[in-house]
Design a protein around this ligand. Sequence first.
Ligand SMILES: [Fe+2]
Length: 359
Amino acid sequence: MKHEAWAIGLRWDWDPALQGLAQSGASYTNEFRTLPDPTLPLAAPFTFAVIGDFGTGIRRPSTAIKRQREVGLALQRAVDTENVRLILTTGDNIYASRRFLLWTKDSGDEDDDWFFTFYQPYRYLLNRIPMYPSIGNHDSAETEDRDDRAQVLDNFFLRERMVTDEATGKASLDPGLFYRVHVGRDLELICLDTSKEHFFSRGRLFLHPEHQAFLEESLQVADRVGAGWRIPFCHHPPYSAGPRHHNTTDMHPLMARFRAAGVRVMFSGHEHNFQHSQADGIDYFVTGAAGKLRRGRPNRFADAHTVSWSDTPHFLLVTIDGANMTVRAIGELVDGELADIPRRGPNDEFHAGPIRLSL
Ligand SMILES: [Fe+2]
């Protein structure tokens, strides 16, 4: 209404138990901050979150292996208390089906599919925190064959957000989703598209000729001293111990380029658990359980160079402080507070607390 703040006061939210809308005391905090100047060093620690394989939807009550609502509430708490400035997704953004269709293959190709899987669960984040998605096999023709990819671009406003970046080579959108985001002078986030499409038979989209100039520019050989944090993120994991999805070996030529470019860490999803691997000086994280969970012990630790893993629903909380980084895998709220999930090593040894890396 004229002269009134937008969406002020208590909001109505979907309640899966009621199967209807209810007021739970939530209202918007309509504030946002722009990202740090890309020409200046980061003046303070910078924190971001990473979520993967989340879009199971909250229309119905959560189950043991569909935990989007609970992980989303923890993410919201982290944004409130931990100064989270942006969110990366490692893909498989939407799985939800529309139940009234006879053919109920997982989808995301209709705007309706996005309410319960995205706009409602992250409602109190989307108004103040930018989200940077990557494309998973469930967002592309690799697994689903309609226009899911177009809906991801549309619903994240990617064409509008990246129109200038496309012109200057900082983004490469057709056909695929490649872009980089500078946060201060010393942090660069690089979205890579590792999915397959029918129109490109030679392999994953990062092999497509259209994107080679972007990759050249993004993965230039770096002098490690002062190179800062150059962090690729994508859906498919170069290293994964399973139990269902294992190493994506056709990504491994890209890993040599990562090393030359001074990459220290990368994030991916696809397998619905947490995994931390170390290979050739790079720390690899699989974070694919911000909604969908796969229980069970991975089975190829040696191939995946696994350090630790967990089959607990979670998201990642990453803080960069100069040359140091901490990565925390945060699970569902415990008594309303953030809690790190317990991790185990390949020999079942216990790992706890933040993972610390440095340049
Ligand atoms: Fe996937």
